[in-house]
Design a protein around this ligand. Structure first.
Ligand SMILES: C[S@@+](CC[C@H](N)C(=O)[O-])C[C@H]1O[C@@H](n2cnc3c(N)ncnc32)[C@H](O)[C@@H]1O
Length: 305
């Protein structure tokens, strides 16, 4: 999820761009699909409906705690699927471990799920008072706490600028460094208060909460999100069967740019075609029903050689 994160969505009922993904991923019985961000299994469920019998879905998620939830939802499909905890940056190793040589389709629905966003122990939402955590993989050592309390001011500024184009990056980083001199910044609420004080009042009234960009920037940094995506994009093509398709839903411009550039490079090499020149956006109806979808961009491509 990106700049327009909204807490309070019910992730079970709102897989983003569901129809657009499932109608364009070339699904039919017998296909092997890898859902690299299976989350609560919303997209996966509809994919399974279209690829069974004889098809197979491999669902991957970095967050171990989400796997049983997806499992519950998909249970009825018996042997038709398998779920694994893992990072899609390791797609090659994960597929090889599972004995899957090629996939007929990949899906990436990037960012955090509402399940993670609404969990008060995780620290993803500036609307909940939580410890500064933000790890998708709870076994990872680095937390948002470490960045906020130990990173030097210049690097903090760069993270806020690079990962979220925060125009007040310098002021926020400086306010964080000042505040932590007195005591560690422990919670999301403490951090939000620091951000609110750092950003001039006249900029508090836009439709985006003043803490949105800082939280996005820290989350991207904690989880190495851009790096993960870059690794995946370097590796997926060799694992995609001829005629196979990939769908990527991104929620901010940095992710979308990585996807767009890689897709264009593959097109130039003559082995890939884009199903849509411009990214597919949610309809106004979907945005009204599910505000989380409003910054979503979907790109789909097909291996032709
Ligand atoms: C927006 S949710 C996916 C929701 C899912 N499509 C559904 O319909 O329920 C994104 C999920 O991707 C996972 N994720 C983020 N980065 C990941 C990575 N590098 N590897 C694997 N999973 C990742 C998150 O833990 C989260 O559960």
């Amino acid at each position: 999820m990106g700049e327009t994160d909204i807490a309070g969505e019910d992730f079970y009922h709102h897989p983003v761009l569901l129809k657009e993904v499932t109608e364009n991923l070339g699904l039919s019985p017998g296909k092997i699909i890898v859902d690299c961000t299976v989350g609560g299994g919303g997209h996966a469920e509809v994919i399974l409906e279209r690829i069974l019998p004889d098809g197979f879905l491999l669902g991957i998620d970095l967050d171990k705690s989400i796997i049983p939830l997806a499992g519950e939802r998909l249970n009825k499909y018996g042997e038709g699927f398998k779920l694994v905890q893992g990072n899609f940056r390791d797609i090659k190793a994960i597929m090889s471990d599972m004995g899957i040589k090629m996939a007929d389709g990949f899906l990436l629905d990037l960012g955090v799920s509402s399940y993670q966003l609404n969990d008060p122990t995780r620290g993803f939402s500036f609307r909940l008072n939580s410890p500064l955590d933000m790890r998708m993989d709870k076994e990872q050592k680095l937390k948002a706490f470490d960045l906020v309390n130990h990173m030097d001011e210049e690097t903090l500024t760069r993270i806020l600028e690079n990962n979220a184009q925060e125009r007040f990056a310098k002021r926020i980083a400086s306010a964080i460094v000042m505040a932590r001199r007195k005591k560690n910044i422990e919670t999301t609420t403490e951090l939000v208060e620091i951000i609110l004080k750092a950003i001039p009042r006249k900029f508090h009234h836009s439709h985006i909460h003043p803490a949105t960009r800082t939280f996005q920037a820290l989350r991207i940094a904690v989880n190495s999100e851009l790096d993960n995506l870059t690794h995946f994009l370097d590796d997926f093509f060799a694992l995609l069967s001829l005629g196979g398709r990939i769908a990527v839903i991104s929620f901010h411009s940095l992710e979308d740019r990585l996807v767009k550039n890689k897709f264009h490079q593959l097109v130039k090499e003559g082995k890939f075609r884009l199903l849509n020149q411009k990214p597919i956006r949610p309809t106004p109806e979907e945005i009204a029903e599910n505000p989380r979808s409003r910054s979503a961009k979907l790109r789909i491509g097909e291996r032709i050689k």
